[in-house]
Design a protein around this ligand. Sequence first.
Ligand code: MLY
Length: 277
Amino acid sequence: GSPVFDWDNYLKETSSSAAPTYCFKQHEVSPENEFKPSMKLEAVDPRNITSMCIATVIGVVGPRIRLRLDGGDNKNDFWRLVDSSELKPIGYTEKKGGMLQPPLGFRMNGSLFPMFLLKTLNGALYSPDTAFKSEPDAPTDNLFKVGQKIEAVDKKNPHLICVATIGDVNKNNIFVTFDGWRGAFDYWCSYDSRDIFPVGWCVKSGHPLQPPGHKGSRYSGSRPNSAQSSANVKQHFNDSINLTPDSASDLEAGIQESCSVFINHECKCGPFMDSSK
Ligand code: MLY
């Protein structure tokens, strides 16, 4: 496996401190991941959050699952924690008197959706009720301080959780900056986002952690080697997915896209491009 990132040493080198665990909407101990690839469940459509859709588990890494909406495409996979309130067992919506919806970008005529639902659920492997874990409570206030270190999802490469710093705090929001990555990946989010974790979360949860890059960082560590991080991610996927030739090449393409773009960093690229991407 990949070497464990040395947080103690990094905090010393950067003379910074870790955001305390009570700042986060995360369980102290990550719940067990009982999902398995190919299991089906109901999930909020991330691109249309009033819709509940049928989703299939495509991958499992630590306490996170990679999901694909049934009837959608394979370009809009998303990741959720097993204790996300956006995940429900099959049958939940109907029991509540609601209706399952086709995902945004449903690939058939909408009139075919009822038939599609029957077909996609027929003989399918349902996720067991016990796989759905209760969501942790949110802290009552935003207690983050500028400069504190965290682990955070890279929203542009959401399979990655990376070394990050609280860059700014404003009311209920925090600005997440990625150490050594100039700014192209930075984002604002609510203090109770499920995409941010305390230092040490990845290692405790069995999830890989991306070390800092080198760009624009005072830290003298080296940039994560693209081929290496790609290999790490692939290893994790291979551990958890039964790849069909099709999904294997999609996954390969997805990993290539996020990990193996080789760039000449000496180039000047003009005002409309971001050389850090
Ligand atoms: N395609 C990019 C991925 C960068 C990921 C940045 N995160 C870790 C903040 C690359 O391989 O350079």
